[in-house]
Design a protein around this ligand. Sequence first.
Ligand SMILES: Cc1ncc(COP(=O)(O)O)c(C=O)c1O
Length: 211
Amino acid sequence: MSKLVDRMNKRVAALSPSSILTFNQKISTIPDIVKLTLGEPDFNTPDHIKQAAINAINNNDSHYTNSRGTLGLRKAATNYLSKKYGVNYDPETQILMTAGATGAIYSALTAMLNPGDTVIIPTPIFPLYIPIAMLGGAKPIFIDTSDNGFILSPEKLAKVIEDNKETVKAVVLNYPTNPTGVTYHRGISKKLPMSFPSTIFLSSVMKSIVS
Ligand SMILES: Cc1ncc(COP(=O)(O)O)c(C=O)c1O
């Protein structure tokens, strides 16, 4: 009889369990350690947020919404982005809510990748981008940043793009970078080559923690 794994989607079968989650599970039983593994805040959900969730359930505001998320929430997101970063988006057409960053990263990469594409991923990095690129049939190209203070240099990026210009579809910039915490300052990001027909996929999950 064939093994279950032989009957699975080949791209799924090729993936390994998340290294960061596996490591976190393994060390979590050690008593009294300070964990620097997952990006967990060291505080509980604030009371006003807990209360808003309780109120929503009590008011039966717990049914399907617009698939982009409620318009009120999308408007709140556009207000936040406008006040904090001075960028203006249309909440009706340009904002999409997901449950967590994983859903957003999955949706965005899946929407742009085709089999045979390549995705440039500077390392070390939060591993999530790698299986998502592979599920989309794309091949990750890693750029080791450890010889440059863990910062991706524009020169290195330009060379990798040039070497793979027929296939490269996206460059992942995770900033501030998990796990190293490095940030790309405006000066550096301005020097990055933008004149190629790929997408800069910016993931700044941790940004509000540092600025
Ligand atoms: C860079 C990065 N991307 C994605 C995630 C996953 O975020 P979420 O738990 O909101 O799906 C994390 C979580 O720590 C992260 O650090």
